[in-house]
Design a binder for this molecule. Structure first.
Ligand SMILES: [Zn+2]
Length: 180
């Protein structure tokens, strides 16, 4: 799911309906098309109303949301997708109260959603391993310069090791780690 750089209008167009959300989950789950997790067969059909796919060989039904943070949810996927949009686009962090008003759910539901989304976002990095050509450098961040030493060794700055996937003229994924 690409949250960053999408406008509200783009988001609404793509994920404004349950079908749109299901479509996005299918693409994420089976980028090269359906594959049965039970027998490995690559032919199946969607039971769209329920968000399931059925394998044409062994007839096992797989939930589109299995293994995702939406699993066994009673809420419409559109509400989940809006919550993700709000979390991803709000740098200050959206509160449970605000989220509950925006997507019309109870405060308890909103705070549960926020917890799940934040855990999922926190795990995103650990699921992705940088690939191919990787450039590594260190950087100093934070701490306003107030005279004295500049650059490395300057006070109140934190050293960070940065690794970037080099994809021709642009950067791919970036990993950062604080180092002493
Ligand atoms: Zn199967």
């Amino acid at each position: 799911m690409k949250g960053k750089g999408m406008t509200l209008m783009d988001w609404q167009k793509q994920y404004g309906t349950e079908e749109g959300c299901i479509e996005a989950l299918i693409k994420q789950r089976w980028p090269e098309g359906f594959r049965c997790p039970c027998c490995g067969y690559d032919n199946g059909y969607a039971i769209k109303t329920r968000g399931y796919w059925e394998c044409s060989q062994c007839h096992k039904q797989t939930s589109i949301t299995a293994g995702t943070l939406f699993h066994s949810t009673n809420l419409p996927l559109t509400k989940w997708f809006w919550a993700i949009y709000l979390v991803a686009s709000d740098k200050g962090g959206v509160s449970a109260l605000r989220l509950s008003k925006q997507i019309n759910v109870s405060w308890i539901t909103a705070s549960r959603m926020l917890r799940k989304i934040r855990i999922a976002m926190g795990h995103r990095d650990s699921l992705y391993r940088l690939q191919d050509l990787i450039e590594i450098d260190d950087a100093l961040i934070g701490g306003r310069h107030t005279g004295g030493k500049r650059g490395r060794g300057a006070e109140r700055k934190t050293s960070v090791l940065v690794a970037i996937e080099s994809r021709e003229k642009r950067a791919g994924f970036i990993a950062m780690q604080q180092v002493s």
